[in-house]
Design a protein around this ligand. Structure first.
Ligand code: NAP
Length: 546
């Protein structure tokens, strides 16, 4: 680390290291972390597997990919100059616009000069003697660094379905998070989509427009709600810009940093007529309001949740002409909002088109992928293209894919076998000098807002280490236990934690991930920040610094 020290201890641990800090990942977290650490005068390198910046927005180029949070609330807020010069074109920007924005950020702050692309990290071993990390890429290149900061993203380890024969298909096929950079045409093609999460829904809406035929293979329907996207005029953009300070302040105050915040009323504190009127209004309003701006008890009170679910089920019945299909699209095994709500644009109407067919694979499971298509228990389908919208090994998956070893050769993957254990979602005992940005047990919510707080906190810690000539920082086992227990207790009583989804760490395609765990912090973001700020104000007294 760039710091001067004459102590013997310091001399022993000041080998010639390649870097003060290596950041893994050039998504929004890695980009901002680089910007902040560089300002401290550190030697920093970002290692990125892709060929450009953007993380999620670099990889997820599938048709229809777009923000489903308001573009302006989901962007960086740290630079007024950046806010002043960037105009958003849509309230919920599409992936191409978002990626353009992130490239603009990289240009503006000259971030690429400290980034190395085509560099997928294979392993990272902590070296006690030198108090540093040895980081090796898949191609064998190797680096040493005092600090390792993971900015690997919670949804960046895509998973293919564990269906026999996936490799045997002779037509075109692709996971949505590995979409090609070249344009893909669906015209005249028989296309299959497997998966109906937020990604599947966005993909299906788009593919249905031009494909000769689209067959959707749905295992579990999700509760979707209208996005109601629209363009932003020049005048509107100026109004939005004038409102930035107030908007970002609001994001700091709400539970999950979104613009939406729950209504203070309980579902049954109003009359049925008032309830319906409120839900009609939310259903007709853009964005996450119906999920995050609803009555305060819809995600904790079963009866309230059932009432809302019945309201949305009726919307689906109204929008889908064939009632047998409508019933298949209505979730039965979980209530509205207990999984991430996919935001849609005429998704349900897609099933009224002649070229679209829904196959309920909970009734007729897929037996295998064949050379020419998909075989279910009752039929064989031929396709030109199969799109896998089958999701991610979420939150811990990107960590599991790197061989991370801490003190005494302990593997992080083994340590987290039964779920993550962390201190503030940022550190783990036994893994000194490793910090995680948007790691497990973090307040996710409106992720860019969480990223900015998380990165600022890590930066303050790094500055403290530098200023005090500290070369080894580690969370204590006791604090990790306390934080992990706290995070688990916050999840109690939430209906969301009683449902299988990536949010509860379940992925049927990954061995060992069939059991629900608590992998996210579900308390309020202001509480999370207060706790982190108190730790910093105490000068990290509960951490082991040496
Ligand atoms: P997902 O929500 O995990 O959905 C995966 C889908 O694939 C599910 O329908 C799942 O069925 C199905 N599936 C998985 N394995 C299967 C198998 N072996 N056979 C048949 N079906 C299988 O993943 P996602 O849609 O990629 O979304 C993940 C998260 O990314 C979202 O919840 C959201 O947070 C984020 N996202 C955000 C945006 C945005 O901001 N605009 C857009 C897209 C995604 P089951 O439900 O039965 O498991």
């Amino acid at each position: 680390m760039v710091a001067s020290s004459n102590t013997q201890a310091q001399a022993d641990v000041t080998p010639v290291l390649d870097y003060d800090a290596i950041i893994i990942g050039a998504g929004m977290s890695g980009m901002y972390q680089l910007y902040r650490l560089r300002a401290l005068g550190l030697r920093v390198l970002v290692l990125e597997a892709g060929t450009g910046v953007g993380g999620t927005w670099y990889w997820n180029r599938y048709p229809g990919a777009r923000f489903d949070s308001e573009s302006y609330s989901y962007a960086f807020s740290f630079s007024k100059a950046l806010l002043d010069e960037w105009d958003w074109g849509e309230h919920f920007s599409g992936q191409p616009e978002t990626l353009r924005y992130l490239n603009h950020v990289a240009d503006k702050f000259d971030l690429r000069k400290d980034m190395q692309f085509r560099s997928r990290v294979a392993s990272a071993y902590f070296q006690e003697a030198s108090r540093s990390w040895d980081i090796t890429l898949e191609d064998g290149r190797h680096y040493t660094s005092r600090l390792m900061i993971t900015a690997v993203g919670p949804l960046s380890a895509p998973t293919m379905p564990n269906i026999p024969g996936v490799d045997s298909f002779k037509g075109e096929s692709c996971h949505t998070a590995r979409w090609p950079h070249e344009p893909v045409s669906f015209e005249g093609k028989r296309v299959a989509v497997i998966g109906t999460g937020a990604t599947g829904v966005q993909t299906i809406q788009e593919v249905a427009k031009t494909a000769k035929s689209l067959t959707v293979f749905q295992r579990t329907p999700n509760w979707c709600a209208p996005l109601l996207n629209s363009k932003i005029s020049k005048e509107e953009m100026e109004q939005l810009r004038a409102g930035y300070p107030a908007m970002f302040q609001r994001c700091l105050e709400t539970y999950s940093c979104f613009l939406h915040t729950p209504d203070t009323r309980g579902t049954f504190e109003v009359t049925p007529e008032e309830r319906t009127a409120f839900w009609e209004k939310l259903y007709a309003s853009p964005g996450f309001g119906i999920w995050l701006g609803n009555f305060k008890d819809i995600l904790t009170d079963r009866a309230a949740n059932a009432e809302l679910s019945a309201f949305v089920a009726n919307k689906i019945r109204q929008r889908v002409k064939n009632q047998a299909v409508a019933e298949k699209l209505i979730p039965r095994n979980h209530g509205f909002g207990t999984r991430r709500v996919p935001m849609e644009t005429k998704y349900y109407e897609v099933y009224n088109q002649d070229n679209v067919q829904l196959v309920d694979i909970s009734e007729t499971p897929i037996e295998r992928i064949t050379e020419t298509g998909i075989k279910t228990s009752t039929a064989a389908f031929d396709f030109d293209m199969i799109i896998y919208a089958t999701g991610f090994d979420a939150i811990t998956g990107s960590f599991d894919r790197i061989d991370i070893r801490g003190t005494n050769g302990q593997k992080l993957k083994d340590r987290w076998k039964f779920g993550p254990e962390t201190y503030l979602g940022v550190m783990v005992d036994g893994f000194p000098n490793m910090m995680m940005v948007i790691g497990p047990h973090m307040a996710l919510g409106n992720i860019p807002r969480s990223i900015e707080h998380n990165v600022d906190w890590v930066t303050d810690l790094v500055r403290y280490l530098r200023d005090h000539n500290i070369t080894r920082v580690e969370a204590t086992a006791g604090e990790v236990q306390t934080w992990t227990d706290h995070v688990k207790s916050l999840g109690e009583g939430l209906l969301l934690n009683e449902v299988n989804s990536w949010m509860t760490g379940v992925n049927t395609n990954v061995e060992g991930k069939q059991v629900r765990i608590v992998n996210r912090y579900s308390g309020s973001a202001p509480d999370y920040r207060a706790k982190c700020d108190a730790v910093a104000a105490s000068q990290y007294k509960d951490m082991a610094l040496a």
